[in-house]
Design a protein around this ligand. Structure first.
Ligand code: ADP
Length: 424
């Protein structure tokens, strides 16, 4: 039995076919440059028997891309699926679930309709996710399609942490509140971190951890007793930490000021804060942390500034979340930067001795690619490196839904979340 995990972005479609029992990745691939006129599309797929193969493929839309991917997966020579029945379910990453979808959800016609409406909250992200779902419904009729939401793990955040101090009607009418993202990643690494802490005598229900997902997009979550109580991203993934090209936290009036000074339109402002800011905007060099670190090491002052702004913001959030949770047992680092950059982990932990954080510098330099504790033995707070695996988490959540004896009709009852009691 296999689970197909799909992550469709605006011009790409990433997929993994995962063995439901062993969690082994049977095939993984990427269809990119979908619908682009200036660059030709290509599909790259990797399986044990074929190794990595890549070829050009014209793909006008996600529907066509999914046709190609499906043909490749079921190809008599190169494929890994002999018949559709081998695919027990498809798990789709869906970015925004709003307040309605707080659990992985079996897709029905009603759900699709609700998801379409949700696109208003995530106009860049949800439409391609929905395109991927529709393509799979067409290609694999009868195979359960499950939506796994980036926002769902954060559904336990209490109202005083998710409300913005704006006129209340904007919340009730337009859904303006903090939702948070990267939920499957925070959930996956938090699960492993709690297991690691339990071995050191810290019970999951008493644990207070901060998870730092530091990739191109960056976010943090405060997780007390296994439940998220706060997170740094907001209504959209633009809030919070400094990211590759996103600004993170800003004085909101800056946007008004810039709009006036630049005579900028709404889409100009959107572009500035999402595509031209962050590490790229600060350094003027690159959005890629490897480039920033290299330039800073070679004496580039703006790259050094970008590094420090990036780390300082994370440190501030660690302090804020320790206060919100009434203490701290572990800081968890994950994703491209969190897993691979000793420099960033060291800078974040450097001034946190007052909280009881003591990083073992030798371990920090040498450890890579596995879940490991990087703190000194004497450290009161553990510093955990935990590689994330969002696809595996989506496959697990998908299996959980199909394994449930009775799959509830997720949209039958649209319940308003009571964060304090939302089941997790
Ligand atoms: P995405 O959010 O696209 O999934 P990733 O989790 O792959 O991104 O993270 C990408 C980021 O990780 C980039 O900024 C990249 O520079 C950074 N990164 C990857 N390897 C290293 C490394 N060895 N040192 C520092 N940064 C790294």
């Amino acid at each position: 039995m296999k689970i197909l995990v799909l992550n469709s972005g605006s011009s790409s479609l990433k997929y993994q076919l995962i063995d439901a029992e062993t969690e082994e990745v049977v095939a993984k691939g990427l269809a990119e440059c979908i619908g682009m006129t200036q660059r030709s599309g290509q599909i790259i797929q990797e399986t044990k028997s074929t190794g990595k193969i890549a070829f050009e493929a014209e793909m006008d839309c996600h529907d066509e891309a999914m046709d190609r991917v499906f043909a490749l997966l079921t190809d008599p020579e190169m494929g890994v699926v002999k018949q559709v029945g081998e695919i027990a379910a498809v798990g789709h990453r869906v970015v925004h679930g709003g307040e309605k979808f707080v659990q992985p959800t079996l897709i029905t016609d009603d759900c699709l309709e609700e998801l379409e409406k949700m696109s208003e909250l995530a106009p860049l992200h949800n439409p391609p996710n929905i395109d991927g779902i529709r393509a799979c419904l067409r290609l694999m009729p009868g195979v359960p399609q499950i939506a796994v939401f980036d926002t769902a793990f954060h559904a336990t955040i209490p109202d005083y942490a998710y409300m913005y101090a704006l006129p209340y009607d904007y919340y009730t009418e337009f859904g303006v509140r903090r939702y948070g993202f990267h939920g499957t990643s925070h959930q996956y690494v938090a699960g492993l971190a709690l297991e690691m802490l339990a071995k050191q005598g810290i019970a999951p229900e008493a644990s207070r951890i901060v998870t730092c997902h530091l990739g191109n997009g960056c976010s943090m979550a405060a997780i007390r007793g296994g439940r998220v109580i706060d997170t740094s991203m907001g209504l959209t993934p633009a809030e919070g930490l400094v990211m590759g090209t996103r600004s993170g936290d800003l004085d909101p009036a800056i946007l008004v000021y810039l709009a006036r000074r630049l005579d900028a339109s709404v889409s100009d402002i959107d572009r500035i804060i999402n595509k031209e800011s962050g590490l790229l905007g600060l350094s003027g060099l690159s959005s890629d942390m490897r480039d920033i670190e290299e330039a800073a090491a070679n004496g580039n002052a703006r790259a050094e500034l970008a590094l420090e702004v990036f780390c300082y913001r994370i440190r501030k959030y660690v302090g804020a979340y320790a206060a919100a949770m009434g203490g701290l047992d572990a800081i968890v680092f994950t994703a491209g930067i969190g897993e691979n950059s000793p420099v960033i982990r060291e800078r974040v932990c450097r001034d946190l001795g007052f909280l009881g954080v003591q990083l073992d510098e030798a371990k920090n330099e040498t450890e890579r690619g596995r879940a490991v504790d990087l703190a000194k033995e004497s450290s009161r707070v553990r510093v955990l490196l935990v590689p994330t695996n969002e696809e595996r988490m989506i496959a697990r959540e998908t299996m959980r839904v199909i394994a449930a004896a009775e799959v509830p009709s997720p949209c039958a009852e649209v319940v308003k979340i009571e964060p304090a009691s939302a089941a997790r």
